[in-house]
Design a protein around this ligand. Sequence first.
Ligand SMILES: Nc1ncnc2c1ncn2[C@@H]1O[C@H](COP(=O)(O)OP(=O)(O)OP(=O)(O)O)[C@@H](O)[C@H]1O
Length: 267
Amino acid sequence: MSDQRPTLIEVRHLRKIFGKTLAVDDVSFDIYPAEILALVGESGSGKTTVGRMISGLEDKSGGTVSLRGSASSSTENAPTAMERLPDRYRKQDFRRYGQRIQMIFQDPLSSLNPFFNAGEVISEALRFAGQKPTLETQLHWLNEAGLQPDHLHRLPHELSGGQRQRLCIARALCMRPEVIVSDESVSALDVSVQAQILALLLRLQDTHALTLIFITHDLNVVRQIASRVLVMRRGQIVESGQADQVFDAPQHEYTKALLAACPIPQI
Ligand SMILES: Nc1ncnc2c1ncn2[C@@H]1O[C@H](COP(=O)(O)OP(=O)(O)OP(=O)(O)O)[C@@H](O)[C@H]1O
């Protein structure tokens, strides 16, 4: 059954080849505004590479990613057209599209400058987005992600793992993205902190009408948050559907095996 909602992102025949490895093999799917879409599959199935190509962090070997023009680029009441993202990003492309699609990662330490305190991390992102940072805006975005004013001057190594992930979320959020691609962003956290960060992402998704692309191997997390699921295996999508449908009546043998390997607690 085809979905009647207007798409926000169209991915068509996406491919990525690393040397002799075909990491992503002819992947096509749509992403709808303000949905939570999970990308699941075993290690090496190509999830991260798809997320990085959608975010413009990885050049594409083939295929296209198109993003619906932002509301501000349309004339009043006129539908916005799909814009094809470049195959290879240049600096100006990041400013144009990267701001709209932000990515957060499993290891915040590797994506944070060790010499920038939390306030400076936010300032840098705001400047990148063409805004003038102030103390007030720094505190506002830290607060949005559940950090306190006394975190403002802390360097990344002076924050806990959960607080560092909150800082990455604040940095992504202050650029006012429409889409956040979360790549195993809660996988390294212990269960209680993981639940707090998931709750934060869900609240932000709701209040900012964000589209969330959630890349994970953890099917229990997917069950808690996702509305739709894509299952990847060896660079291809082998199954897709509403989360309940995929969990309750998986069609593909691989999905059945994934579910069997990860018993889902009855809720
Ligand atoms: N920069 C790279 N150079 C070479 N090969 C790469 C690179 N990035 C990914 N690959 C390969 O591409 C394939 C897909 O990797 P990818 O990280 O997208 O999978 P994944 O499903 O996200 O796995 P994981 O859950 O372990 O992160 C793997 O075979 C991987 O080794």
